[in-house]
Design a protein around this ligand. Structure first.
Ligand code: PGA
Length: 327
């Protein structure tokens, strides 16, 4: 069979997406170019690999067999590329990384420190939410990601390097700002501004409140931590965000962290890649750097509530620092 690598790449993408349009988008090709490659491949193979029923595309039995082989070949090509990168070394590589929206608050600091160590490395950084990150890793679109713990069934290797406490924030003039050890049930009479579905923060907070039998009133949903903080400052309600997003507001006293029973919800940050994937030297160096150094760089998140902002250099208040893993 006279098949080219290009035809296999195109076939693999169409079969993975079950869509000519999406494959064309991923490969930066036109749709007719994709159709042409598939037609040539089918002519070569002597059997149809796809069938179209209505608007949907399906793999034929031969197509499914071909898909298994195409994936294995694509993986081997990736490995070959990684070996060549290995020979070139870390100094001139490129790091393709994706981070969860919330992790972006420290990702630039990490990349800056990594860049000081390996000045020749170039980066591409994608900031997106958990749902998209999982898809990117599954599609082999990104080599490494920084995110909350991925689900077990996702076949991903995840190594933790830092805490990610989620806290309840309010504007400083909110009546609850002056209270201590606020019972969880008390939150049922408040209005919340929360992250979008698909965000790790949202999933963790819902799991936490469900487990405690607390029903929150959440009429406002926003897909950016910045938008939530602005809304909370403007008095639209309370918010739930990671302490990593709060550095500026803590310093300026524009927001306070409420002292809620059983808070913070303790999540963790993970460096994630596909199980069994051979990382390029740059990705491997970045993995080692994050696991070794990031914990120290992030160990002192800006935890002090606004009313204690004058003590910003001191230890975090007990109500934020000491509670155990709950989510
Ligand atoms: P996110 O954060 O809410 O920005 O998706 C990731 C996570 O906590 O898992």
């Amino acid at each position: 069979m006279n098949v080219t690598f290009r035809q296999l790449r195109v076939f693999e993408a169409v079969a993975r997406h079950l869509s000519f349009t999406q494959a064309a988008r991923e490969l930066h090709l036109t749709q007719p170019a994709v159709s042409m490659q598939i037609k040539q491949l089918e002519d070569n193979a002597g059997v149809p690999l796809f069938e179209q029923l209505g608007k949907k595309v399906y793999l034929t039995e031969a197509g499914q067999e071909m898909y298994h082989c195409a994936r294995a070949i694509a993986q081997q090509l990736d490995d070959a590329e990684a070996v060549l990168e290995q020979l070139k070394g870390v100094q001139r590589g490129r790091l393709e990384i994706s981070v969860a929206t919330t992790a972006n608050y420290f990702a630039s600091r990490l990349l800056a420190a990594f860049n000081r160590r390996y000045p020749g490395v170039t980066f591409s950084l994608d900031v997106t939410n958990r749902e998209t990150l999982l898809r990117q890793l599954a599609d082999n679109d990104k080599e490494v990601a920084i995110m909350g713990l991925p689900p077990e069934e996702a076949e991903l290797a995840a190594e933790t390097f830092a805490d990610n406490p989620l806290v309840v924030i309010a504007s400083p003039d909110h009546p609850l700002a002056a209270e201590r050890d606020i019972p969880l049930k008390r939150l049922e009479s408040e209005t919340f501004v929360v992250r979008e579905r698909g965000s790790g923060t949202r999933i963790a907070m819902e799991r936490f409140f469900n487990a405690h039998g607390v029903r929150l009133h959440m009429p406002m949903e926003m897909n950016k931590n910045e938008a939530i903080k602005q809304a909370v400052q403007a008095g639209l309600g309370l918010g739930i965000v990671s302490v990593h997003t709060l550095e500026l507001e803590m310093e300026t006293g524009r927001l306070v962290v409420l002292d809620i029973e059983d808070f913070p919800i303790m999540r963790h940050w993970y460096l994630v890649h596909r199980k069994g994937k051979r990382l390029t030297p740059v990705a491997q160096a970045f993995r080692q750097f994050v696991l070794k150094e990031a914990g120290t760089m992030l160990r002192r998140p800006p935890l002090a509530p606004a009313r204690a902002a004058t003590d910003a250099a001191g230890p975090p208040p007990a109500h934020v620092a000491a509670r155990a893993d709950k989510a």
